[in-house]
Design a protein around this ligand. Structure first.
Ligand code: HEC
Length: 255
């Protein structure tokens, strides 16, 4: 009886061992990138995040909103109040209505939300072949694989394999589920020129914009890690103190 059971378990695990890698192999796994904020001591590379904001503003912001962000939040990637004021002032946003009840527009202030490219989802769909570009405020947290996934999408526009039929209005992307995405390839080599002279190949631009998006989705990540380390330090000191007190109290008791 026992031997039968063992044999059955062995058979099932052997079947699983064969089937599981086969299932996983259906799509190639996401390539993992090096991100400065990973690991217990990681912090955001602020220069990369600032370049990433430039990539977002010049490229992605033509289609994608980031409604959770206000211009003043850019202080978090190291921009000065004067820089933030200038960035906001260069953007025209809706500003309520005038005395005749007509919608008004004017330069943004640091307190304004990031400007959305379309007034509503219907307008976005009408302009983009029926597809809706998701808001990018927390996209890094909203997709399995986070930064590696978004990097994979941005660098995943490759020629389709022979025989793969791409529907009209869609584009082949090796990372996107089903491999057909409604977003045209947004980044190209040399598309964005950085003031600090940093590299601007597709992978450089993707790396920078993902750094910016990761900061946008988790702006207090570094602070949380620092608090974590302080708590650990506190616990270590408390453990030492408690042990010393215990030894003192029991020191005159015979064992
Ligand atoms: C021409 C408009 C356009 C531009 C420019 C653009 N996107 Fe998109 N993006 C779209 C559309 C449309 C979709 C929806 C695609 C779909 O669902 O098939 C999308 C989808 C996405 C997705 C989600 C993929 C998913 O898993 O659902 C990400 C991430 C993304 N874009 C990032 C970016 C970034 C970063 C940039 C700038 C470098 C950018 N996009 C520039 C139109 C655009």
């Amino acid at each position: 009886m026992r031997a039968l059971k063992l044999a059955a378990i062995g058979l099932v695990s052997a079947a699983l061992a064969i089937a599981l890698p086969a299932l996983a192999q259906e799509d190639e796994p996401l390539a993992r990138q090096q991100w400065s904020w990973q690991g217990p001591f990681g912090t955001y590379d602020l220069a990369a995040a600032q370049r990433g904001f430039q990539v977002y503003s010049e490229v992605c912001a033509n289609c994608h909103s980031m409604t959770q962000l206000h211009y003043r939040d850019l202080a978090g990637i190291g921009l000065t109040p004067a820089q933030i004021k200038a960035i906001a002032a260069a953007v025209t946003v809706p500003q309520g209505v005038d005395d005749q009840g007509n919608p008004k527009q004017g330069p943004a202030t640091p307190a304004d939300q990031f400007r959305s490219p379309f007034p509503n989802p219907q307008a976005a769909r009408a302009a983009l072949n029926g597809a809706l570009p998701p808001d990018l405020s927390v996209i890094i947290n909203a997709r399995a694989g986070g930064p590696d996934y978004v990097y994979g999408i941005l660098t995943g526009f490759v020629p389709p394999p022979a025989g793969f039929k791409v529907q009209s209005g869609l584009f082949y992307n090796r990372t996107f589920e089903g491999h057909q995405i409604a977003m045209p390839q947004p980044l190209h080599d040399g598309q964005v020129t950085f003031a600090d002279g940093s590299g601007n190949s597709i992978s450089d631009e993707a790396h920078d914009v993902v750094t910016f998006l990761a900061w946008a989705a988790n702006p207090d990540l570094v602070q949380r890690k620092q608090i974590g380390w302080r708590v650990v330090l506190f616990l270590v000191i408390m453990t030492g103190l408690t042990y010393a007190v215990k030894r003192k109290i029991w020191s005159d008791v015979e064992h």
